[in-house]
Design a protein around this ligand. Sequence first.
Ligand SMILES: O=C(Nc1cc(-c2cc3c([nH]2)[C@]2(CCCNC2)CNC3=O)ccn1)c1cccc(C(F)(F)F)c1
Length: 316
Amino acid sequence: PTRRNDITNEYDLSEESLGVGINGKVLTCWHRATKRKCALKIIKDSDKARREVILHKKASEGCVYIVQILDVYENMFESNRCLYIVMECMEGGELFNRIRNRRDKPYTEREAANIILMIAKAVAHLHRMDTAHRDLKPENLLFSNTSEGALLKLTDFGFAKEGNNEKLPLMTPCYTPYYVAPEILSNNKYDKACDIWSMGVIMYILLCGYPPFFSAHGGTISAGMKSKIKAGEYKFPKAEWKNVSQEAKSLIEKMLTVDPDARVTIDWILRCSWLIGTVPETPIDIRSMLDSENCEQMRIEIAAANHAQRRADADD
Ligand SMILES: O=C(Nc1cc(-c2cc3c([nH]2)[C@]2(CCCNC2)CNC3=O)ccn1)c1cccc(C(F)(F)F)c1
Protein backbone atom coordinates (compact mmCIF):
# COMPACT_ATOMS: atom_id res chain seq x y z
CA PRO A 1 0.00 0.00 0.00
CA THR A 2 1.36 3.48 -0.82
CA ARG A 3 2.33 5.27 2.39
CA ARG A 4 0.74 8.70 2.86
CA ASN A 5 3.38 11.17 1.73
CA ASP A 6 6.23 8.87 0.77
CA ILE A 7 8.60 10.50 -1.74
CA THR A 8 8.51 7.40 -3.95
CA ASN A 9 4.83 8.08 -4.66
CA GLU A 10 5.93 11.03 -6.80
CA TYR A 11 9.63 10.60 -7.53
CA ASP A 12 11.93 7.91 -8.96
CA LEU A 13 15.09 7.97 -6.87
CA SER A 14 18.51 7.26 -8.42
CA GLU A 15 21.95 6.26 -7.22
CA GLU A 16 23.61 9.05 -9.28
CA SER A 17 25.51 11.15 -6.71
CA LEU A 18 25.88 14.92 -7.10
CA GLY A 19 28.15 15.27 -4.10
CA VAL A 20 28.08 15.27 -0.31
CA GLY A 21 27.20 18.31 1.80
CA ILE A 22 27.73 19.24 5.43
CA ASN A 23 24.63 17.37 6.54
CA GLY A 24 23.94 14.83 3.84
CA LYS A 25 24.34 13.45 0.38
CA VAL A 26 22.87 14.73 -2.86
CA LEU A 27 21.48 12.45 -5.58
CA THR A 28 19.45 12.95 -8.73
CA CYS A 29 15.79 11.96 -8.85
CA TRP A 30 12.98 12.25 -11.36
CA HIS A 31 9.52 13.74 -10.83
CA ARG A 32 7.39 11.00 -12.44
CA ALA A 33 4.44 13.19 -13.47
CA THR A 34 6.50 15.87 -15.25
CA LYS A 35 9.61 13.77 -16.14
CA ARG A 36 11.59 16.62 -14.54
CA LYS A 37 15.12 15.81 -13.36
CA CYS A 38 15.64 17.06 -9.80
CA ALA A 39 18.32 17.04 -7.12
CA LEU A 40 17.57 15.24 -3.86
CA LYS A 41 19.38 15.97 -0.61
CA ILE A 42 18.88 13.39 2.16
CA ILE A 43 19.72 14.56 5.69
CA LYS A 44 19.16 12.85 9.02
CA ASP A 45 16.24 14.46 10.81
CA SER A 46 17.24 16.77 13.70
CA ASP A 47 16.54 20.29 14.91
CA LYS A 48 19.57 21.47 12.91
CA ALA A 49 18.29 19.68 9.78
CA ARG A 50 14.85 21.26 10.17
CA ARG A 51 16.42 24.68 10.59
CA GLU A 52 18.40 24.15 7.37
CA VAL A 53 15.22 23.24 5.47
CA ILE A 54 13.15 26.08 6.93
CA LEU A 55 15.81 28.72 6.21
CA HIS A 56 16.54 27.37 2.71
CA LYS A 57 12.83 27.12 1.82
CA LYS A 58 12.12 30.65 3.09
CA ALA A 59 15.13 32.04 1.23
CA SER A 60 14.46 30.20 -2.04
CA GLU A 61 10.90 31.48 -2.28
CA GLY A 62 11.82 35.09 -2.95
CA CYS A 63 15.09 34.85 -4.86
CA VAL A 64 16.12 33.32 -8.22
CA TYR A 65 19.78 33.33 -7.10
CA ILE A 66 19.07 30.67 -4.47
CA VAL A 67 18.52 27.03 -5.48
CA GLN A 68 14.74 26.43 -5.37
CA ILE A 69 13.30 23.80 -3.03
CA LEU A 70 10.47 21.93 -4.83
CA ASP A 71 9.34 19.45 -2.15
CA VAL A 72 10.29 18.23 1.33
CA TYR A 73 9.42 14.78 2.72
CA GLU A 74 10.22 13.14 6.02
CA ASN A 75 10.71 9.45 5.37
CA MET A 76 12.62 6.55 6.86
CA PHE A 77 15.99 5.65 5.28
CA GLU A 78 17.83 2.60 6.68
CA SER A 79 15.81 2.86 9.92
CA ASN A 80 16.73 6.53 10.42
CA ARG A 81 14.16 9.25 10.06
CA CYS A 82 15.44 11.55 7.31
CA LEU A 83 14.42 14.71 5.56
CA TYR A 84 14.28 14.43 1.75
CA ILE A 85 14.80 17.85 0.17
CA VAL A 86 13.87 17.93 -3.53
CA MET A 87 15.48 20.84 -5.35
CA GLU A 88 15.64 22.14 -8.91
CA CYS A 89 18.53 20.38 -10.64
CA MET A 90 21.37 22.77 -11.38
CA GLU A 91 22.69 21.22 -14.59
CA GLY A 92 25.53 23.69 -15.03
CA GLY A 93 27.47 22.33 -12.09
CA GLU A 94 29.78 24.09 -9.66
CA LEU A 95 31.30 27.54 -10.27
CA PHE A 96 34.93 26.55 -10.75
CA ASN A 97 34.26 23.44 -12.79
CA ARG A 98 32.54 25.63 -15.35
CA ILE A 99 35.39 28.16 -15.51
CA ARG A 100 38.01 25.39 -15.71
CA ASN A 101 36.14 23.60 -18.49
CA ARG A 102 35.84 26.87 -20.45
CA ARG A 103 37.17 26.17 -23.94
CA ASP A 104 35.61 28.53 -26.52
CA LYS A 105 35.95 32.21 -25.58
CA PRO A 106 38.26 33.60 -22.87
CA TYR A 107 36.95 34.25 -19.40
CA THR A 108 37.16 38.00 -18.63
CA GLU A 109 37.07 40.44 -15.72
CA ARG A 110 33.57 41.51 -16.83
CA GLU A 111 32.38 37.89 -16.53
CA ALA A 112 33.88 37.77 -13.04
CA ALA A 113 31.85 40.91 -12.23
CA ASN A 114 28.66 39.23 -13.51
CA ILE A 115 29.39 36.22 -11.31
CA ILE A 116 30.03 38.37 -8.22
CA LEU A 117 26.84 40.35 -8.97
CA MET A 118 24.73 37.15 -8.90
CA ILE A 119 26.35 36.05 -5.63
CA ALA A 120 25.78 39.53 -4.20
CA LYS A 121 22.06 39.38 -5.10
CA ALA A 122 21.69 36.05 -3.27
CA VAL A 123 23.57 37.38 -0.22
CA ALA A 124 21.57 40.63 -0.25
CA HIS A 125 18.33 38.65 -0.19
CA LEU A 126 19.53 36.62 2.81
CA HIS A 127 20.88 39.62 4.73
CA ARG A 128 17.59 41.49 4.18
CA MET A 129 15.88 38.47 5.79
CA ASP A 130 18.38 38.91 8.64
CA THR A 131 19.89 35.55 7.72
CA ALA A 132 23.57 34.73 7.19
CA HIS A 133 24.69 31.78 5.01
CA ARG A 134 28.09 31.30 6.76
CA ASP A 135 29.45 28.74 4.30
CA LEU A 136 29.82 30.74 1.08
CA LYS A 137 32.28 28.81 -1.10
CA PRO A 138 32.59 27.87 -4.79
CA GLU A 139 31.24 24.33 -4.18
CA ASN A 140 27.98 25.84 -2.94
CA LEU A 141 27.58 28.04 -6.03
CA LEU A 142 25.96 26.19 -8.95
CA PHE A 143 24.96 27.19 -12.49
CA SER A 144 21.34 26.52 -13.49
CA ASN A 145 22.37 25.08 -16.88
CA THR A 146 25.27 24.96 -19.34
CA SER A 147 24.08 27.93 -21.45
CA GLU A 148 25.89 31.28 -21.45
CA GLY A 149 22.97 33.03 -19.79
CA ALA A 150 22.82 30.48 -16.95
CA LEU A 151 22.15 31.84 -13.48
CA LEU A 152 24.54 31.18 -10.61
CA LYS A 153 22.65 30.07 -7.48
CA LEU A 154 23.57 29.53 -3.84
CA THR A 155 22.83 26.29 -2.01
CA ASP A 156 23.54 24.37 1.25
CA PHE A 157 22.04 26.17 4.24
CA GLY A 158 23.66 23.73 6.70
CA PHE A 159 25.45 26.60 8.47
CA ALA A 160 22.83 29.30 7.84
CA LYS A 161 21.74 31.34 10.88
CA GLU A 162 18.79 33.62 11.34
CA GLY A 163 19.02 36.81 13.37
CA ASN A 164 17.03 37.35 16.50
CA ASN A 165 15.19 40.52 15.64
CA GLU A 166 11.75 38.93 15.49
CA LYS A 167 12.31 36.78 18.59
CA LEU A 168 12.85 39.50 21.20
CA PRO A 169 10.01 41.78 22.34
CA LEU A 170 12.40 44.72 21.79
CA MET A 171 10.04 46.71 19.66
CA THR A 172 7.05 46.58 21.97
CA PRO A 173 6.62 50.17 23.33
CA CYS A 174 6.31 49.14 26.99
CA TYR A 175 9.60 47.17 26.93
CA THR A 176 12.68 49.04 28.18
CA PRO A 177 15.81 47.04 27.27
CA TYR A 178 17.67 47.76 30.52
CA TYR A 179 19.27 44.33 30.55
CA VAL A 180 19.72 43.42 26.86
CA ALA A 181 23.35 42.82 25.75
CA PRO A 182 24.77 44.77 22.77
CA GLU A 183 25.23 41.68 20.61
CA ILE A 184 21.50 40.98 20.90
CA LEU A 185 20.76 44.44 19.45
CA SER A 186 23.30 44.03 16.66
CA ASN A 187 21.12 41.34 14.98
CA ASN A 188 23.97 39.00 14.04
CA LYS A 189 25.89 41.54 11.97
CA TYR A 190 29.07 39.51 12.52
CA ASP A 191 27.60 36.48 10.79
CA LYS A 192 26.60 38.66 7.87
CA ALA A 193 30.09 40.20 7.81
CA CYS A 194 31.47 36.66 7.56
CA ASP A 195 29.55 36.20 4.26
CA ILE A 196 31.15 39.40 2.90
CA TRP A 197 34.61 38.10 3.79
CA SER A 198 33.92 34.83 1.91
CA MET A 199 32.73 36.85 -1.10
CA GLY A 200 36.06 38.69 -1.00
CA VAL A 201 37.97 35.38 -1.06
CA ILE A 202 35.84 34.09 -3.97
CA MET A 203 36.27 37.36 -5.93
CA TYR A 204 40.04 37.29 -5.39
CA ILE A 205 40.21 33.71 -6.74
CA LEU A 206 37.94 34.53 -9.72
CA LEU A 207 40.43 37.23 -10.79
CA CYS A 208 43.69 35.30 -10.39
CA GLY A 209 42.95 31.60 -9.81
CA TYR A 210 44.46 31.14 -6.35
CA PRO A 211 43.28 32.10 -2.84
CA PRO A 212 44.51 35.22 -0.97
CA PHE A 213 45.44 33.25 2.15
CA PHE A 214 47.17 29.91 1.93
CA SER A 215 49.45 27.78 4.04
CA ALA A 216 53.03 27.86 2.76
CA HIS A 217 53.61 24.12 2.58
CA GLY A 218 50.18 23.46 0.98
CA GLY A 219 48.73 21.61 3.98
CA THR A 220 45.32 22.29 5.45
CA ILE A 221 44.89 25.36 7.65
CA SER A 222 48.21 26.15 9.33
CA ALA A 223 49.08 28.53 12.17
CA GLY A 224 50.78 30.72 9.58
CA MET A 225 47.66 30.86 7.42
CA LYS A 226 45.43 31.61 10.42
CA SER A 227 47.65 34.52 11.46
CA LYS A 228 47.64 35.83 7.87
CA ILE A 229 43.81 35.73 7.86
CA LYS A 230 43.58 37.44 11.26
CA ALA A 231 46.03 40.11 10.10
CA GLY A 232 44.32 40.40 6.71
CA GLU A 233 47.75 39.82 5.20
CA TYR A 234 47.54 39.12 1.46
CA LYS A 235 48.97 40.60 -1.75
CA PHE A 236 48.10 41.21 -5.41
CA PRO A 237 51.16 39.57 -7.07
CA LYS A 238 52.06 41.56 -10.24
CA ALA A 239 52.16 38.59 -12.59
CA GLU A 240 48.44 37.82 -12.32
CA TRP A 241 47.13 41.19 -11.15
CA LYS A 242 48.83 43.77 -13.38
CA ASN A 243 45.91 43.82 -15.87
CA VAL A 244 43.13 43.74 -13.29
CA SER A 245 41.27 47.05 -12.75
CA GLN A 246 41.94 49.18 -9.67
CA GLU A 247 38.17 49.17 -8.92
CA ALA A 248 38.27 45.38 -8.57
CA LYS A 249 41.25 45.49 -6.22
CA SER A 250 39.75 48.21 -4.02
CA LEU A 251 36.48 46.26 -3.76
CA ILE A 252 38.42 43.16 -2.66
CA GLU A 253 40.28 45.27 -0.06
CA LYS A 254 36.94 46.49 1.36
CA MET A 255 35.55 42.94 1.55
CA LEU A 256 38.72 41.51 3.09
CA THR A 257 38.76 44.10 5.88
CA VAL A 258 39.75 42.38 9.11
CA ASP A 259 37.53 44.49 11.38
CA PRO A 260 33.96 43.19 10.76
CA ASP A 261 32.59 46.57 11.89
CA ALA A 262 34.62 48.32 9.19
CA ARG A 263 33.93 45.71 6.48
CA VAL A 264 31.55 46.83 3.67
CA THR A 265 27.95 45.64 3.79
CA ILE A 266 26.15 43.85 0.96
CA ASP A 267 24.10 47.00 0.21
CA TRP A 268 27.35 48.95 -0.28
CA ILE A 269 28.67 46.22 -2.61
CA LEU A 270 25.53 46.27 -4.79
CA ARG A 271 26.10 50.01 -5.39
CA CYS A 272 29.87 49.93 -5.99
CA SER A 273 31.27 51.10 -9.35
CA TRP A 274 32.81 47.73 -10.26
CA LEU A 275 29.40 46.04 -10.19
CA ILE A 276 27.38 48.95 -11.58
CA GLY A 277 29.82 50.40 -14.12
CA THR A 278 31.24 48.88 -17.28
CA VAL A 279 33.99 46.47 -16.37
CA PRO A 280 36.84 45.98 -18.87
CA GLU A 281 36.73 42.68 -20.81
CA THR A 282 40.33 41.94 -19.88
CA PRO A 283 40.97 38.24 -20.51
CA ILE A 284 41.86 36.31 -17.37
CA ASP A 285 43.41 32.90 -17.67
CA ILE A 286 42.89 31.07 -14.39
CA ARG A 287 42.35 27.60 -15.81
CA SER A 288 45.95 26.57 -15.12
CA MET A 289 45.45 27.53 -11.49
CA LEU A 290 42.18 25.60 -11.33
CA ASP A 291 43.71 22.29 -12.36
CA SER A 292 42.87 19.39 -10.11
CA GLU A 293 45.42 19.39 -7.29
CA ASN A 294 45.52 23.20 -7.02
CA CYS A 295 41.72 23.12 -7.00
CA GLU A 296 41.62 20.54 -4.23
CA GLN A 297 44.14 22.60 -2.25
CA MET A 298 42.01 25.71 -2.85
CA ARG A 299 38.82 24.02 -1.63
CA ILE A 300 40.64 23.14 1.59
CA GLU A 301 41.91 26.71 2.00
CA ILE A 302 38.50 28.32 1.45
CA ALA A 303 36.69 25.94 3.81
CA ALA A 304 39.40 26.57 6.40
CA ALA A 305 39.23 30.33 5.87
CA ASN A 306 35.43 30.25 6.23
CA HIS A 307 35.78 28.20 9.40
CA ALA A 308 38.48 30.50 10.80
CA GLN A 309 36.46 33.57 9.87
CA ARG A 310 33.29 32.19 11.52
CA ARG A 311 35.28 31.60 14.69
CA ALA A 312 37.17 34.92 14.46
CA ASP A 313 34.00 36.95 13.98
CA ALA A 314 32.30 35.06 16.80
CA ASP A 315 35.21 35.86 19.15
CA ASP A 316 34.81 39.61 18.58
O1 LIG B 1 25.41 19.24 -8.80
C1 LIG B 1 24.57 19.28 -9.65
N1 LIG B 1 23.29 19.73 -9.40
C2 LIG B 1 22.75 20.16 -8.20
C3 LIG B 1 23.42 20.10 -6.97
C4 LIG B 1 22.76 20.55 -5.82
C5 LIG B 1 23.47 20.52 -4.53
C6 LIG B 1 22.91 20.79 -3.28
C7 LIG B 1 23.98 20.70 -2.39
C8 LIG B 1 25.10 20.35 -3.11
N2 LIG B 1 24.80 20.26 -4.40
C9 LIG B 1 26.46 20.18 -2.50
C10 LIG B 1 27.23 19.04 -3.21
C11 LIG B 1 28.65 18.99 -2.71
C12 LIG B 1 29.33 20.31 -2.90
N3 LIG B 1 28.58 21.35 -2.22
C13 LIG B 1 27.19 21.48 -2.69
C14 LIG B 1 26.29 19.87 -1.02
N4 LIG B 1 25.24 20.63 -0.36
C15 LIG B 1 24.06 20.92 -0.97
O2 LIG B 1 23.10 21.38 -0.30
C16 LIG B 1 21.47 21.07 -5.92
C17 LIG B 1 20.88 21.11 -7.16
N5 LIG B 1 21.51 20.67 -8.27
C18 LIG B 1 24.86 18.85 -11.05
C19 LIG B 1 26.11 19.14 -11.61
C20 LIG B 1 26.37 18.73 -12.94
C21 LIG B 1 25.42 18.04 -13.68
C22 LIG B 1 24.19 17.77 -13.07
C23 LIG B 1 23.16 17.01 -13.86
F1 LIG B 1 23.76 16.32 -14.82
F2 LIG B 1 22.53 16.17 -13.04
F3 LIG B 1 22.31 17.87 -14.37
C24 LIG B 1 23.89 18.18 -11.77
